[in-house]
Design a protein around this ligand. Structure first.
Ligand SMILES: C[S@@+](CC[C@H](N)C(=O)[O-])C[C@H]1O[C@@H](n2cnc3c(N)ncnc32)[C@H](O)[C@@H]1O
Length: 236
C-alpha cells in the first residue's frame, strides 16, 4: 500500500490499480515506480511513500464508535504494556482499540457479541495484524484466557465483567474501562469494591490541534474534547 499526498495536503491511500483523484488520473505503473513523486494525467505532482500503520488505520471501516488515538495512547502509556504482554479486549466494535494495542503486542484476544460488529472488526483486524484473535462471544459469560497483563473494556456494563477480570488478570495487572458518562464511572467504582481491584486513576484526555501556516498560527476552531473517561484499575 502507498500513500499519495497532493499540494493541498490531502492524503490518498492506494491499494491497487489506476486511481482518479481531484488532481487527475494516476496510472498504477507510475505509483509502482521507485520515484518518490507521481504525476497525474494533468501534470500535477503528488508525494508518494509506503503506507504505515497510522495511514492504514484511518482507512479501516467504521461500524460502532471507535476509540481515538489520544485515548489508545493513554492506555498504552499508563499500563506500560510491551511486546511480551498478553491482552484481552472487549467489545471489539470496529477493532480500533485492538489494532492500536497490536502495534505493541500481537498476543491479543478480542471479544465481540454482535455478529455484525464481529464481521467488521474481523475484516479490519485481518488488514492490521492477522495474529490478533477475535471471538464472537459475550465476555460476560467468562474470559477463557488467564495470566493477562491487561484487559480493556469498551462496553456499556463493565461491572458484569469484574468477577471474570479478577480471575484472569495477573497480580499488579491492569483493567481499563472506557465509559462516556461519569455516572457510569461512579457506579463502576462502587461495584468494584468487593473485588481485588484498586482504583489507580480516572482520566479524560483532550486534544487540541493547531494550524501553523504562514501568518496563521492558532488552534483549530474545533477540538477533540470529551470522548469517554478512562478508568484504570489494578488487580492485587
Ligand atoms: C463502542 S464499541 C467498541 C469500539 C472499539 N473499542 C473500537 O475501538 O473499535 C462497543 C462494542 O461492544 C460490544 N459489546 C457490548 N457488550 C459486550 C459483551 N458483553 N461482550 C462482547 N461485546 C460486547 C458491542 O456490540 C459493541 O460492538
Amino acid at each position: 500500500m502507498k500513500v499519495l499526498i497532493n499540494s493541498k495536503g490531502n492524503r490518498i491511500l492506494w491499494k491497487a490499480g489506476d486511481i482518479h483523484t481531484e488532481d487527475g488520473t494516476i496510472k498504477e505503473s507510475e505509483i509502482k515506480s521507485p520515484s518518490k513523486k507521481v504525476s497525474t494525467h494533468k501534470g500535477k505532482r503528488l508525494i508518494k511513500f509506503d503506507a504505515k500503520f497510522a495511514d492504514i488505520i484511518k482507512d479501516l471501516k467504521r461500524g460502532p464508535a471507535v476509540i481515538n488515538a489520544k485515548d489508545a495512547g493513554a492506555i498504552i502509556a499508563y499500563t506500560g504494556i510491551n511486546s511480551k504482554s498478553k491482552i484481552v479486549d472487549a467489545g471489539s466494535g470496529s477493532g480500533f482499540l485492538a489494532s492500536y494495542l497490536s502495534n505493541i503486542t500481537s498476543n491479543i484476544t478480542t471479544y465481540e457479541k454482535n455478529k455484525l460488529h464481529f464481521d467488521i472488526a474481523k475484516s479490519n483486524l485481518k488488514q492490521i495484524n492477522p495474529k490478533i484473535k477475535i471471538k464472537n462471544k459475550d465476555i460476560s459469560e467468562g474470559i477463557d484466557e488467564k495470566s493477562l497483563d491487561l484487559i480493556t473494556l469498551d462496553l456499556p456494563d463493565p461491572e458484569n465483567i469484574l468477577k471474570h477480570a479478577e480471575k484472569s488478570l495477573k497480580s499488579g495487572a491492569y483493567l481499563v474501562c472506557y465509559l462516556p458518562n461519569i455516572t457510569q464511572v461512579q457506579s463502576l467504582v462502587k461495584k468494584s469494591e468487593p473485588y481485588n481491584f484498586i482504583l489507580e486513576k480516572v482520566l479524560e484526555t483532550i486534544e487540541r490541534e493547531w494550524i501553523v501556516q504562514d501568518k496563521i498560527c492558532r488552534p483549530e476552531h474545533n477540538m477533540l474534547g470529551h470522548t469517554a473517561f478512562l478508568v484504570f484499575f489494578r488487580k492485587y
